[in-house]
Design a protein around this ligand. Structure first.
Ligand code: ADP
Length: 429
C-alpha cells in the first residue's frame, strides 16, 4: 500500500518541484535515493515540530515560574521554600523579605542555596534573636512529625517580635514553606489592650473598695475595740499583786491575734487597690472566695441580707492572678446584694457556691433579687450598661475579660422562682 502511494506521489513531486527542471541525470537520483531523501525531509519536519513544541513548553514554564515568584513576592513577610534538608530552594524578593525580617540587615536575607536554619542560628549566636523554638519547629515539620506550626520570637531590637510559620510541603521529596512576618504591631496592640483592660479593672476595684468603705471600717472596728478592751484588762491585771501572769499572757495573746486580724483586713484591702498585676500563681479558689466573703460580710449584714457560703469540701486549685479573680467574685456578690436590696427584709438571700466539675472549677452566685429585665439579659456584659443610679456599668464586662484571660467563662441565667444566678468557671490547675 505504502509503495503504491510513493510510486504515485513521486512522479507528481518530480513534476511540481525544482527537480522537474533539474539537470539530466536528476531523475535517476530520485529513482535511486528517493527513500533516503524522503526520510531526511520527514526527519527534518519532525525535528522542527519538536523544537517548536519545546520552545512553547519552555515559554509556558517560564510564565508559570514568573507567576509563582510574583505570588511569593506578593505574600506578606519573608517567604522561603525549603527542601527536606532545610536548604532554601526559593525565597521571596529582598523587598518583600524586609517587610518580614525588617530588623535584619540585607546580608542576612534568606537566599536560595543557603541553609535556612543556619542563617537563623547565626543571628541567634550574635544574640540578635532567640531561635531555639524556631529550630525545634523546623525540625519537626521537615521530618514530617507535625504538619504545620507557629513560633513567636523576639527580634534584635527591643520590643520587636516576629512570627514564624512552617508548613510541610505535600510533595514526595518533602520540604516546607516558611513564612516570617513582623508581629510587632499585633503584639503592641495586644499589650496596649491588656494595659487598658488592667487599668479599667483597677478603677473598678478602687470604686468597689470605696463602696465597701463603711463595711471595712466596721470590720476594722471590731479587732480594734477588742485590742483596746484587752489592753485595759492587761493594765488592770498588772495593778494586782501578785499579777496573774497566766491570765496576762492570754490577754496579750488575744491582742496579738486581733492585731493580726486587723492587719489582714488592711492587707486584703490594699491588695485590691494595688495597680500592678501579680504573676499567675496557684491559688485555692475556695480560699479566694472565703476572703472576699469576709470582706463583704459586714456590708451584707448592714444591708439586712443573708450571705450563705456553700464551698466545696476539698481545695479547688486554680492558676491565675488572685486579686483579679477576687475582683470577679467581689463584683458578683456586690451585684447580688444590690439586687436583693429592694426586697422585703427576710427575703434578701445570696448564696455563693463552689464546686469542681470535669476538670473545671465552678462558682455560682445566686440571689433572690429583682432579676434581669429582657434588656439587661441582652446587654448585661456590655461596657457602661447599668440600671443603677450610681453604677458605672463596668463590673461585669471587666469580670468577663478577666475570666477570658484565665480561660474562664461567665454567664447569667434567671432562677426558676426569682432572682438571678451567675455562673463562672475556669480550668482547675
Ligand atoms: P454596675 O454594677 O456598675 O451597674 P455591672 O456591669 O456590674 O455594673 O452590672 C451591669 C448591670 O447588670 C447592672 O446595672 C444590673 O442592671 C445588672 N445586674 C448585674 N447583676 C445583677 C443581678 N445579680 N441581678 C439583677 N441584675 C443584675
Amino acid at each position: 500500500m505504502g509503495m503504491r502511494v510513493v510510486s504515485v506521489l513521486l512522479p507528481w513531486l518530480m513534476a511540481t518541484t525544482p527537480f522537474a527542471t533539474a539537470a539530466p541525470g536528476a531523475p535517476e537520483l530520485w529513482e535511486r535515493y528517493s527513500w533516503v531523501v524522503l526520510a531526511v525531509v520527514v526527519a527534518g519536519l519532525l525535528q522542527a515540530a519538536l523544537i517548536v513544541a519545546l520552545l512553547l513548553e519552555r515559554r509556558r514554564r517560564l510564565g508559570a515560574q514568573r507567576l509563582n515568584l510574583s505570588v511569593l513576592d506578593s505574600l506578606p513577610g519573608a517567604v522561603a521554600i525549603l527542601d527536606r534538608d532545610g536548604a532554601v530552594l526559593r525565597a521571596s524578593a529582598p523587598s518583600a523579605q524586609r517587610e518580614g525580617l525588617g530588623a535584619l540587615s540585607t546580608q542576612r536575607l534568606v537566599v536560595p542555596g543557603r541553609a535556612y536554619l543556619q542563617a537563623l542560628q547565626k543571628l541567634a549566636l550574635s544574640g540578635e534573636l532567640e531561635s531555639t523554638g524556631v529550630a525545634t519547629l523546623l525540625d519537626q515539620v521537615l521530618s514530617g512529625r507535625v504538619e504545620e506550626g507557629m513560633v513567636e520570637f523576639r527580634g534584635p531590637r527591643a520590643d520587636t517580635w516576629f512570627e514564624l510559620r512552617a508548613r510541610r510541603l505535600e510533595l514526595p521529596g518533602g520540604g516546607a514553606v516558611v513564612t516570617v512576618v513582623d508581629a510587632t504591631p499585633r503584639r503592641r496592640a495586644e499589650l496596649e489592650a491588656r494595659r487598658a483592660r488592667d487599668e479599667r479593672a483597677h478603677m473598678e476595684r478602687v470604686a468597689a473598695v470605696g463602696e465597701l468603705g463603711a463595711s471595712i471600717a466596721h470590720e476594722l472596728n471590731q479587732p480594734l475595740s477588742a485590742i483596746r478592751t484587752n489592753a485595759e484588762t492587761a493594765l488592770r491585771l498588772l495593778q494586782r499583786t501578785p499579777a496573774d501572769l497566766t491570765l496576762l499572757r492570754e490577754v496579750l495573746e488575744d491582742i496579738v491575734a486581733d492585731d493580726q486580724r486587723a492587719g489582714e483586713i488592711i492587707r486584703r484591702t490594699r491588695a485590691l487597690l494595688k495597680k500592678d498585676q501579680g504573676p499567675f500563681t496557684s491559688h485555692d479558689f475556695n480560699e479566694l472566695v472565703r476572703q472576699v466573703a469576709q470582706l463583704v460580710g459586714n456590708d451584707a449584714q448592714l444591708r439586712g441580707a443573708t450571705l450563705t457560703l456553700q464551698l466545696a469540701d476539698t481545695p479547688l486549685p486554680v492558676n491565675g492572678d488572685g486579686v483579679q479573680l477576687q475582683q470577679v467574685v467581689l463584683n458578683l456578690i456586690m451585684n447580688a446584694l444590690d439586687a436583693v436590696s429592694p426586697c422585703p427584709p427576710g427575703e434578701r438571700q445570696v448564696w455563693v457556691r463552689t464546686q469542681r466539675t470535669d476538670g473545671r472549677v465552678e462558682l455560682a452566685v445566686e440571689d433572690t433579687g429583682v432579676g434581669l429585665s429582657p434588656e439587661a439579659q441582652k446587654r448585661l456584659f456590655e461596657p457602661f450598661f447599668t440600671t443603677k443610679a450610681t453604677g458605672l456599668g463596668m463590673g461585669l464586662s471587666i469580670s468577663r475579660s478577666i475570666l477570658e484571660v484565665h480561660q474562664g467563662r461567665l454567664q447569667a441565667e434567671p432562677r426558676t422562682d426569682r432572682g438571678t444566678r451567675f455562673r463562672c468557671s475556669l480550668p482547675a490547675a
